[in-house]
Design a protein around this ligand. Structure first.
Ligand code: PNS
Length: 161
């Protein structure tokens, strides 16, 4: 069985993430979305909340699971004996960071491959940070995050202002 892990901070999941999930789920028998901690980013939603939001969005995809993991993604891969990491690339600006991550992960465990999927051009401008900032200043985020979680994001940002 071909299994892949799609790790990320997903704070919150965007339409761009959803697009990668939908496409990767067609290529692999099983896709596990793993909510991981990015120590460089300050969180809006806590990890269980992010998992719950993603679960709601991926409900139509029978072969997609959602989990969280506190620690190195490569340790998750080892524990579950999974050999493929999927990452989305939006633009050249993502490349250096993702390249470094892929190389570090490969150095930690050379049996694990990172595969990159190009984001649909429709979402190439999109990031969770841009969504949060837009919502925070009262901008419309419809079409930027899946409809299933739109109100959760607006409400959460409203509570934080
Ligand atoms: O969505 P993001 O913020 O770009 O995802 C980054 C993430 C969470 C995948 C990355 O920070 C990560 O892998 N965190 C877990 C710790 C880890 O494995 N780091 C890689 C070696 S530095």
């Amino acid at each position: 069985m071909k299994v892949a892990v799609y790790p990320g901070s997903f704070d919150p999941i965007t339409k761009g993430h959803e697009d990668i999930i939908k496409r990767a789920a067609k290529v692999f028998d099983e896709l596990i979305v793993v909510v991981s901690v990015n120590p460089d980013k300050k969180g809006l939603f806590d990890i269980p909340e992010r998992v719950e939001l993603i679960k709601r969005v991926v409900k139509p995809y029978a072969n997609v699971k959602v989990e969280s993991f506190d620690g190195l993604v490569i340790n998750y891969m080892k524990t579950h004996d999974i050999k493929v990491i999927i990452k989305g690339l939006r633009a050249m600006s993502d490349f250096e960071y993702e390249f470094q991550m892929a190389l570090i992960n490969n150095k930690l465990d050379s049996s694990v491959e990172t595969l990159f999927m190009m984001t649909n051009t429709e979402y190439s401008f999109l990031s969770s940070s841009a969504v949060k900032q837009t919502a925070m200043f009262g901008g419309c985020i419809k079409g930027l995050v899946p409809d299933e979680i739109l109100n959760d994001v607006i409400k959460k940002v409203g509570n934080r202002r």
